[in-house]
Design a protein around this ligand. Structure first.
Ligand SMILES: Cc1cc2nc3c(=O)[nH]c(=O)nc-3n(C[C@H](O)[C@H](O)[C@H](O)COP(=O)(O)O)c2cc1C
Length: 151
């Protein structure tokens, strides 16, 4: 079972989570979508493979549903050495801090012992490629093989 966690303010990351779940399910994998405001350390402890998705706000900060999740992990410091994860970030390259949110979360997960697989996927709202196309092609390239390996 792959868990797909998303942090968002205006819903784009949730749409990306749905599209990424579709890619996994089409490849024969179970996928559970979890909003970050409903997640904590126990969501990830004991999970073999997860996809982490978040946008960026403020001056390169996390969106409001991801910040409490981040802060909880940073203070509880669960052992995530059994976790492999893939990361997808949303942002807008007209901001100097383009896509920083996913880098903050990925760095924390790695600090807690998790291993990132694949390149971090990115969607740039300043470009014309639709989010669904960007996240679907990233997921098709990165996820099925790594999800199989985790099962
Ligand atoms: C007020 C505001 C601030 C933002 N700040 C940043 C930023 O600092 N860096 C960045 O890359 N994107 C920034 N963005 C762009 C969002 O991350 C982008 O629109 C994203 O698709 C939103 O996804 P969401 O609907 O899941 O929150 C900002 C957007 C808004 C509306």
């Amino acid at each position: 079972m792959t868990k797909i966690l998303f942090g968002t303010e205006s819903g784009n990351s949730e749409m990306a989570a749905d599209d990424i779940a579709d890619v996994l399910r089409a490849a024969g994998h179970d996928a559970e979508i979890v909003p970050m405001e409903e997640a904590d350390g126990s969501t990830l402890v004991g999970t073999g493979f997860a996809v982490i998705i978040t946008s960026t706000y403020g001056e390169g900060e996390l969106p409001e549903t991801a910040q409490p999740f981040h802060d909880m992990l940073a203070s509880e410091r669960p052992d995530l050495s059994g976790l492999r994860f893939a990361a997808f970030g949303l942002g807008d390259s007209t901001y100097e801090t383009y896509g920083n949110g996913i880098d903050i979360l990925a760095a924390l997960l790695k600090d807690l012992g998790a291993t990132q697989v694949g390149e971090t996927g990115r969607h740039d709202a300043a470009r014309t490629e639709p989010l669904a196309d960007t996240c679907t092609s990233w997921a098709e390239a990165v996820l099925p093989a790594t999800a199989i390996a985790a099962e």
